[in-house]
Design a protein around this ligand. Sequence first.
Ligand code: UD1
Ligand code: CA
Length: 456
Amino acid sequence: MKITTIILAAGKGTRMRSELPKILHKIANRSLLQHVYDMSRQLESNTIKIVVGHGAELVTETLKDLEADWIEQKQQLGTGHAVQQTIDQFTDSDIVLILYGDVPLLKLATVQQLISNVNDQSLALLTVKLANPSGYGRIVRNDAGQVIKITEEKDATPNEKQINEVNTGIMAVQGEQLKKWLNQLDNSNAQGEYYLTDVIEMAVADQINIITCQPETEDEVLGVNNRIQLSYLERIYQQEQANSLMERGITLKDPMRFDQRGSIESLGQDIEIDINVILEGKNSIGSHVKIGANTQIKNTIIGDHVEILANCVIEDAVIGQGSRIGPFARLRPESVLANDVHIGNFVEIKKSSVASGSKINHLSYIGDTTVGSKVNIGAGTITCNYDGVNKFRTVIEDGAFIGSDTQLVAPVTIGRNATIGAGSTITKDSPENQLTLSRAKQMSLAGWQRPVKQEK
Ligand code: UD1
Ligand code: CA
């Protein structure tokens, strides 16, 4: 059984009031269209066709990595017209699945159930009962309860408007039948559009059964038309991710104030996440990790027993087991910390490795540096790695002690167990085991008088 999925994505999305085509707006940092694509990608033997129109160039350019064929609908003359553009894209024996690019939370299980109901005797239609059905196409049934047609809101009689079972727009049809009905569509209706929904009445006339399925929750079939709905679906999506993490043994202090915009590659147990934490990209989190409030973590591997205190920003980093970061620390890309490393407040690390047991506890910038093990870097230490054009490396060997308020002007090496006196500007390599300092000698002037203000 071959499936062709057609994702309708040509609409403008006027109510988004945006320069960006609607389907490029994001939920959890993934475009609406990408959500639909990723879900349908999981169906077996499936080919994906995406109908684009408004902003087609930008859409296809932005999502050029999708394994899908792009079909342009030059004018948006209705959902039926959109599907007509794909008529030579599927074969008679295919099951054709119609999805909307702006309905991002639809679940694979729902689609699979829909597909399992299609054959040459029946068409499967996803419907939902809504407390307020206004705006949607209504599912009209006969006295025996069989679906006989769909009536759009604008074409509905007062009686039909009372029906609260609505069309989600999502359906699965056999290819041969769909081709036949697409060729019969016309636009003699209130909106002068080619309605895909008219195929239902045609199917009934051809004695095809209309099998209706329902999603598990209404949220699955909600579309995005404006930014209020976008934010609503973002929260629904985040809530689902939060629930799944909690089911896997993670404590979230407040699931309403947690955002995951990406994937978790591996996850330990007994992890505690405080409020307002954002996980982006691909992260791995070991067991017994604690993440403090207001922290943003992107593409990072976090070992077991790591503690990240509040207000840290961490990106493309590796944090070894038992290390402690923050509060207010920033780990920039290519920061690789071994086990039991301490990075304290107002410390920025970039493109540097720090070996086990080393401490950089206060107010420092460490960039392009190799820090050995058991190194202690005092408050206010700065690696001067940049001359305005080139970047240079600093090497701080095992056991070194860097006194506070020191500048290490790269390229420079601080030897094993070397000590650097506080307040030094180090421009030359410092030998191991010795004290090196560059500091003007302290002096005191006896009898010196502070200036005093003259009374006028
Ligand atoms: C459609 C259904 C309605 C259903 C509702 C569910 C029809 C005639 N009506 O109505 O029964 O209750 O969806 O949300 O099918 N699109 C195109 N090209 C077009 C027109 C639309 O690609 O020419 C795409 C849109 O981008 C969107 C989807 O099709 O993703 C639905 O279009 P929309 O205009 O929102 O349909 P509705 O009128 O709301
Ligand atoms: Ca709509």
